[in-house]
Design a protein around this ligand. Structure first.
Ligand SMILES: [Zn+2]
Ligand SMILES: [Zn+2]
Length: 253
């Protein structure tokens, strides 16, 4: 399988340039598209399985592409994998009940994980055009929320991607890149493109805040190890959205 070195997307048939990177939200390296293969990736990276806040997570060492880690969230008789990493397998993580992914930048190795654990992949249908490797385990969902049972709810926030999704469970919000955990843990960020610094319009940021309004949560887990807001998550999202929209109006903090 061909794998884009910049974003980790997989392709059964390699295009000239990775469409996920040839987009204003990503970038193609200055010296041109770089490819690797799943075999080369498997040989050069190890899995890291460790605790990240209240959840166990799975990452790669050394890091690869965007460098996100996945989280394993207790669900039924097993665990749901939240977000995904490009290399599958060879680790003891028990049963996976499913895989849910915040947005296309983290689709990466989802087809391999779903085949290995024979579980569904929950992706928001609004982002289906970004699926670079189709797979029968993919179950697109429509609308604003999806109740996965056992207190797990997927919430479509949009913003960074039209189908941008977060996972609410207990007092935690697992937010991928949709609500961004930033160095100042008293605030969060929102962007159309993080690497290229393209902000979101006010209406999109207000829509994210509105989508999260009905849910109580204290902690927020971003997409990388240790990116955790440990308290007051809900109030932090609300005031961060207000600060962002004020800044867009020219009222800098
Ligand atoms: Zn790419
Ligand atoms: Zn992203």
């Amino acid at each position: 399988m061909d794998v884009c070195e910049t974003c980790g997307a997989q392709f059964t048939e390699r295009p000239e340039v990775c469409p996920v990177c040839d987009d204003a939200r990503q970038w193609v390296p200055e010296d041109g598209q770089r490819w690797t293969t799943s075999e080369a990736l498997a040989a050069s990276r190890d899995h890291v399985v460790r605790q990240d806040g209240a959840f166990e997570g799975v990452g790669l060492e050394p890091g690869f592409a965007i460098g996100q880690r996945a989280l394993l969230v207790p669900h039924g008789a097993g665990r749901l994998m939240w977000d995904c990493v490009p290399k599958v397998g060879e680790i003891e993580i028990g049963e996976l009940t499913g895989i849910a992914i915040s947005h296309p930048h983290y689709y990466t190795g989802m087809a391999d994980w779903a085949s290995e654990y024979d579980c569904p992949i929950h992706l928001h249908a609004d982002d289906r055009e970004w699926i670079t490797r189709d797979d029968p385990h993919i179950e697109p969902w429509d609308g604003e929320t999806l109740d996965l049972g056992d207190g797990l709810t997927l919430i479509r926030c949009g913003g960074h991607f039209a189908g941008g999704t977060v996972l609410h469970v207990g007092d935690a919000l697992l937010s991928g890149d949709i609500v961004q955990v930033i160095p100042d843990r008293g605030w969060v960020g929102f962007m159309y493109s993080y690497p290229n610094l393209i902000p979101l319009p006010a209406a999109s940021v207000q829509a994210i805040a509105r989508a999260l309004e009905p849910y109580a949560f204290d902690t927020i887990y971003g997409a990388w190890w240790d990116r955790i807001v440990r308290r007051d998550g809900k109030a932090i999202v609300a005031r961060s959205a207000e600060r962002y929209v004020a800044a867009l109006r020219g009222e800098l903090p």
